[in-house]
Write a protein that binds this ligand. Structure first.
Ligand code: PLP
Length: 432
């Protein structure tokens, strides 16, 4: 049956996109390096690594070939009771870049399911030890951990996106997030207030908590809000003293994004569970992973089948995704993520003192800034979709989070390409 372009567009229901707004989507034909090529031949510079997943550029031959060869060898196998080389090698490779205490990797399909696994693993860790009341989590205001029910439950609830599902979500104890900017004089006060809330929660409800979940160093979808390693250490000290589990959601921050392999390495902290996805396959195929320690794993040992972690999906540890992950890991060995923080700081100089920008900040490969309406202190009043369209018209794929513009490039991006992104921001600002 012949389908015209309009029908094709309407058959594909896009995520996080109002149906009307998706009536005339841009049609992408191909991708190469940091660029996307549209069907009409025009090009877009990918400033957000296609929703933060792409590490080494689009069309990267090494990863494409690894997937091709793996597909000819073993495309998929039931993962319960059977194992294969790519799953084992990728687990070992990823673990070699994480703190030593993390020694076991459980695969899933994406960031949300990596978080679901972490939450379930934490609850069953306690259940297996007879502590069945420990089902409650501590989480942070402003957090985003995904859009499945459990992941939504531990995420921020103020934006409205989870409103219809509230009756299905479980209760969480929220802590304030001490957002930190370069010139922030109140940071220690904000951190102390957040830690005091944590102290009070532990004192009042300590025996009902399973653990705490957080995005370490950078809250991503909540607005690229940074915090200091000192804060992570403060949280860690309290959680370890209370004997509770710390879950790091490194779905966004993992694989070099903060300028180190992982946030926990950068902050010199040792979480009990780490959630990974996005960059794990270099952006080629979906894959999630939940990494944990011997201490957590040991709670699942024993002859009684009820101690088994009863979780798994049809495509768990898919060999093609694992092969892509291995090829990506090899490209990561050159640590291409290290160069970006200096570039951001140098190029950011032109924006820092712009009257409509405040809080320009950079950590590792990520830079972010907030837009003001007119320099008078009010928030920028141009809506997100309008800004997004203005950037697309300028030939750049950027996707502001409210009034926060951020840049999160693939690691193959050259300094010249990054300069084009910064120039496009100045150009777009001058049109509003
Ligand atoms: N956790 C964090 C920190 C994220 O940024 C995201 C997605 O943006 C997720 C979890 C969910 O990942 P996915 O969209 O792959 O389900």
């Amino acid at each position: 049956m012949k389908t015209d372009q309009k029908d094709r567009a309407s058959a594909f229901w896009m995520p996080f996109t109002p149906i009307e707004a998706a009536a005339n989507p841009l049609r992408v034909a191909s991708g190469q390096g940091s660029w996307l090529v549209l069907e009409d031949g025009s090009r877009l510079l990918d400033g957000i690594s296609s929703w933060w997943v792409n590490l080494h550029g689009h069309g990267r031959r090494e990863i494409a070939e690894a997937i091709y060869h793996q597909a000819l060898t073993l495309e998929q196998v039931i993962p319960a009771g059977l194992t294969h080389g790519p799953a084992e090698a990728l687990a070992e490779g990823v673990l070699s870049h994480l703190p030593e205490a993390l020694c076991r990797m459980f695969y899933s399909d994406d960031g949300s399911t990596a978080v679901e696994v972490a939450l379930k693993m934490a609850v069953q860790y306690w259940w297996n030890q007879g502590e069945t009341r420990r089902t409650r989590f501590l989480a942070f205001e402003g957090a985003y951990h995904g859009d499945t029910l459990g992941a939504m439950s531990v995420g921020d609830r103020s934006s409205g996106f989870s409103d219809p599902f509230r009756p299905l979500m479980f209760d969480v104890t929220y802590l304030p997030w001490p957002s930190t900017w370069d010139d922030d004089e109140d940071v220690e006060l904000k951190e102390a207030a957040a830690l005091k809330t944590l102290d009070e929660a532990l004192e009042n409800h300590g025996d009902t908590f399973a653990g705490l979940i957080m995005e370490p160093l950078i809250q991503g979808a909540g607005g690229m809000r940074f915090c200091r390693p000192e804060f992570l250490l403060g949280v860690q000290a309290r959680m370890k003293a209370a004997g509770l589990l710390i879950i790091y959601d490194e779905v966004m921050t993992g694989f070099g994004r903060t300028g180190e392999w992982f946030s926990c390495v950068k902050a010199k902290t040792s979480p009990d569970i780490v959630c990974l996805s996005k960059g794990i396959t270099g952006g080629f195929l979906p894959l999630g992973a939940t990494v944990t320690t011997k201490k957590v794993q040991d709670a699942f040992l024993g002859d009684d089948p009820s101690r088994t972690f009863w979780h798994g999906h049809s495509y768990t540890a898919n060999p093609l995704a694992c092969a892509a992950g291995l090829a990506s890991l090899e490209l990561m060995e050159e640590e291409p993520f290290r160069k970006f923080e200096n570039w951001h700081r140098e190029l950011g100089e032109a924006l820092k003192n712009h009257p409509r920008i405040r809080r320009f900040r950079a950590m590792g490969t990520i830079a972010a800034m907030e837009l003001l309406s007119d320099g008078s202190g009010g928030y920028f009043d141009v809506s997100g979709p309008l800004l997004r369209k203005a950037f697309l018209d300028a030939g750049v794929l950027l996707r502001p989070l409210g009034n926060v513009i951020y840049i999160l490039p693939p690691y193959c991006t050259t300094r010249e390409e990054l300069t084009l992104i910064y120039e496009s921001i100045l150009r777009v600002l001058s049109t509003f």
